[in-house]
Design a protein around this ligand. Structure first.
Ligand code: SF4
Ligand code: SF4
Length: 306
């Protein structure tokens, strides 16, 4: 397995240009790899591991066999029907097979980049940020896991005059978070569930630290509270009203409802993993509108999708 950190570099799994869902205006979103939460519905399961890992697209495979000889663990073989099979229990994500596959059936997720390499990418769309009131957002995974790199990246972007946003679960020590917030204009603070037991069930960790950090963050930064809406998990009226009340109490500018989508399902297949909540459904527009009305009636602004 490759090292989880390279000195002075951050591990990034995606840089998305022209994003309109991660803060105001047109933005570039930098997705950092590694997350201490394991949300059942995660739409970016490839972000969770703290190391670059293998992703497989079976559809691209031409059966050339080059990968079989490249794998030191004997994890790749062909079955009787001639289909390439990967034994995930043997795979240690060394990624040697990736270079052997010229058809991009085997791909690496996660690459190390310097702050300046990321800034260069971000600056390509500088004019769009200025004309739309946008900027850059750091997301994840959990961006605070690589807090030193993220703080340096945000600081560099601020020095270039860009608006900066941090999308976080808030699951971090306050010291790390404080370090990053120094260079952050807006915090997109994710709320999965306000009930401690339920939160642990659906994310793998409790929410006490998260709520403590939320209160402290609100004392110094602009906040949008973001809630993924997972039907049957966190969309009961009573819970929605508690989220609205929390937003009002801490002075959040708004609540953002982010409807669940099934994007994580196919990625789990590519990662050789079982999807955490196959029963989850995308909430329909009518349901989302009703939740939106509840929040508005509670006295706080709300948007759907950003
Ligand atoms: S190298 Fe690529 S195309 Fe060839 S068998 Fe392996 S996965 Fe398939
Ligand atoms: S990443 Fe590829 S080469 Fe490395 S162990 Fe896994 S299957 Fe084998």
């Amino acid at each position: 397995m490759r090292a989880t950190e390279e000195k002075d570099k951050g591990m990034i799994f995606n840089i998305q240009r022209f994003s309109i869902h991660d803060g105001p205006g047109i933005r570039t979103t930098v997705f950092m790899k590694g997350c201490p939460l394991k949300c059942l519905w995660c739409s970016n399961p490839e972000s969770q591991d703290f190391f670059p890992n293998l992703m497989v697209r079976d559809i691209n495979c031409r059966g050339c066999g080059a990968c079989v000889v490249s794998c030191p663990e004997g994890a790749i073989a062909f079955d009787r029907e001639g289909g390439r099979r990967l034994d995930w229990s043997k795979c240690n994500h060394c990624l040697r097979c990736v270079d052997s596959c010229i058809y991009h059936s085997l791909n690496a997720c996660g690459r190390y980049m310097t702050v300046m390499e990321v800034v260069e990418e971000i600056l390509k769309d500088e004019d769009f940020y200025r004309n739309s009131g946008g900027g850059m957002t750091v997301s994840g995974g959990e961006a605070l896991w690589q807090y030193r790199f993220v703080a340096d990246l945000l600081e560099a972007c601020k020095q270039m005059g860009l608006h900066t946003a941090l999308d976080t679960s808030g699951y971090s020590s306050w010291e790390k978070m404080f370090h990053v917030l120094k260079h952050t204009d807006l915090v997109l603070f994710d709320i999965k569930h306000l009930d401690l037991k339920k939160h642990r069930e659906i994310t793998g960790v409790g929410n006490s630290l998260i709520l403590e950090n939320l209160t402290r963050t609100a004392q110094q930064k602009r906040i949008w509270l973001r809630m993924p809406v997972i039907q049957g998990f966190n969309d009961a009226d009573e819970h929605i009203l508690r989220v609205a009340d929390l937003g009002k109490r801490i002075g959040a500018e708004k609540v953002s409802l982010l409807p669940y989508h099934e994007g994580g399902k196919s990625k789990c297949i590519q990662l050789g993993r079982k999807y955490g909540c196959p029963e989850a459904k995308t909430p329909d527009d009518e349901h989302l509108q009703r939740l939106k009305n509840l929040i508005v009636a509670a006295g706080i602004d709300v948007t759907i999708g950003n």
